[in-house]
Ligand binder design. Structure first.
Ligand code: PRP
Length: 191
């Protein structure tokens, strides 16, 4: 998760005043390209897209429609390891997959790969189900923040360590429905 200097009373400035990092059209173009790459990589096969709630919901819905191979969806939810600036590193499963993935081609879909703790935990967990293959797709990657060694197979954009909102990503649960990816201002708690 992204960390923030969250004040006791969060303020929610309008997203329209925040700098755009990636516009709706830039995101759309990149998602189409990722979808084409995934379609080519899995041509003639069936895949299971596993979205990590809640941030990945928007990316998954766009990515899935950019993919033209047979696909099913599943979702997992993990406990966020707190809103504290320093993470405890503990990740817990809140909601498991609904359907078996043994011998299936699986792609875990995330909005952002940050410290890597969430995906590292989920990858380990999903591998226990013995899928035929397991890959990771993430809309954003913040390599500077990595605490554990993990890389995604499909990356939308690599970004520096800046707090972003929109396209599924939140600040205190707000802004997920903002269409562009924008920089949340430091003075409002982003960091
Ligand atoms: C975000 C994001 C990833 C995780 C990545 O989730 O959706 O799941 O943080 O961070 P990491 O690489 O440091 O583990 P968050 O806990 O903010 O919940 P959300 O998806 O509901 O926004």
């Amino acid at each position: 998760m992204q960390t923030s200097n969250q004040a006791s009373t969060p303020v929610f400035p309008p997203a329209s005043g925040m700098r755009i990092l990636y516009s709706k059209s830039q995101i759309s173009e990149r998602v189409q390209a990722l979808g084409q790459k995934i379609s080519a990589d899995y041509a003639g096969q069936s895949i299971v897209l596993i979205g990590v709630l809640k941030g990945a919901a928007i990316f998954l819905s766009d990515l899935a429609r950019a993919i033209n191979v047979d696909a099913t969806f599943d979702f997992v939810a993990v406990s966020s390891y707190g809103r504290a600036r320093v993470s405890s590193g503990a990740v817990k499963l809140i909601k498991d997959i609904d359907n078996p993935i043994e011998r299936k081609h699986v792609i875990i879909v995330e909005d952002i790969l940050d410290t890597g703790l969430t995906l590292s935990y989920l990858r380990g967990l999903m591998l226990q189900h013995k899928p035929a293959s397991l890959k990771i797709a993430t809309c954003l990657d913040k390599p500077e923040r990595r605490l554990v060694p993990i890389e995604a197979d499909y990356v939308g954009f690599k970004i520096p360590n800046q707090f972003v909102i929109g396209y599924g990503m939140d600040y205190a649960e707000r802004y997920r429905n903002v269409e562009d990816i924008r920089l949340f201002p430091e003075e409002a708690g982003g960091h």
